[in-house]
Ligand binder design. Structure first.
Ligand code: CAA
Length: 257
């Protein structure tokens, strides 16, 4: 069987490609499990400082959860499917210490858009189309879409996208703040690699702490400002803080290990 997930490392940047192009990279259980393991392995790999996540082929990032797999599920199986996805992949990516850039190279629908939204940032190619079409199937977004879409584009636009099930193109996604940049498809990897290489030069320890503080502000019952104060203070105890500040005072570039 062909690998469901491909990994390619160039320098400090790993590219993860979801590899079910004939099914438009739809997320079945095996693909979710493989992605979960891959992301955990990359987080533990200290030579990897940024991750680019993309889909195989030129048509689709990910066209959603695998409808063929869940079409006959019961209520309990449906709940378990969503919970497993949240816990093993979508929350895992959001809380990863290593920044993940979604390179949205075509359709990002349903679970596919939800996957892109669990990443720390998104860059789209100009052929990309995004939407949450779940209500056309009589189901709702189940991998965090009702929450993360509203966080990214605001409640009103999220309500429109979810209730109409319509797709938006890359330029509207840019206007709405759903993606950070739009480039031609053949420039997508280079644009993501450019962002990743900037990330890779900075303190990985500080980046992980800063991303965690940003995420804290979106957690119920957690005070993001308090999380920031704690993480800011903790930074003073790290070798990377010593290296960063010493390098500044010595007028040289920092060398973060
Ligand atoms: N699940 C399973 N298979 C899928 C799929 C999906 N989400 N999306 C596409 N495929 C499969 C098609 O069934 C087809 O396979 P076969 O050749 O075996 O029939 C193959 O991928 C190619 O797809 P199309 O022939 O449909 O390609 P197209 O260019 O005509 O249309 C598309 C492209 C508009 C993306 C269309 O495939 C589509 O609408 N896909 C479904 C999108 C969707 O509804 N996604 C939400 C899924 S539900 C979800 O994600 C729930 C959740 O939040 C957890």
């Amino acid at each position: 069987m062909e690998d469901l997930v491909l990994v390619n490392q160039e320098g400090k940047v790993a590219t993860v490609t979801i590899n079910r192009p004939k099914q438009l990279n739809a997320l079945n259980g095996d693909t979710i499990a493989a992605l979960s393991i891959t992301m955990q392995e990359l987080e533990e790999n200290e030579s990897v400082r940024a991750i680019i996540l993309t889909g195989s082929g030129e048509k689709s990032f990910v066209a959603g959860a695998d409808i063929k797999e869940f079409a006959n599920y019961s209520v309990e199986e449906g709940k378990a499917l969503a919970r497993r996805g949240h816990e093993t992949l979508f929350n895992l990516i959001e809380n990863l210490r290593t920044p993940v850039i979604a390179a949205v190279n075509g359709f990002a629908l349903g679970g596919g858009l939800e996957l892109a939204m669990s990443c720390h940032m998104r860059v789209a190619s100009d052929n990309a189309r995004m939407g949450l079409p779940e209500v056309t199937l009589g189901v709702i977004p189940g991998y965090g879409g009702t929450q993360r879409l509203a966080q990214l584009v605001g409640k009103g636009k999220a309500m429109e996208m979810i209730t109409t099930a319509g797709m938006i193109d890359a330029n509207d996604a840019l206007k709405w703040g759903l993606v950070n940049h739009v480039v031609a498809l053949d420039e997508l990897h280079a644009k993501c690699a450019e962002i990743a290489s900037k990330i890779a030069k900075n303190s990985g320890v500080a980046i992980a702490a800063a991303m965690s503080a940003v995420n804290a502000g979106f957690e119920t019952g957690v005070n993001g400002f308090e999380a920031e104060i704690d993480a800011f203070g903790e930074a003073f105890g790290t070798d990377e803080f010593k290296e960063g500040t010493t390098a500044f005072l010595e007028k040289r570039k920092p060398d973060f290990k």
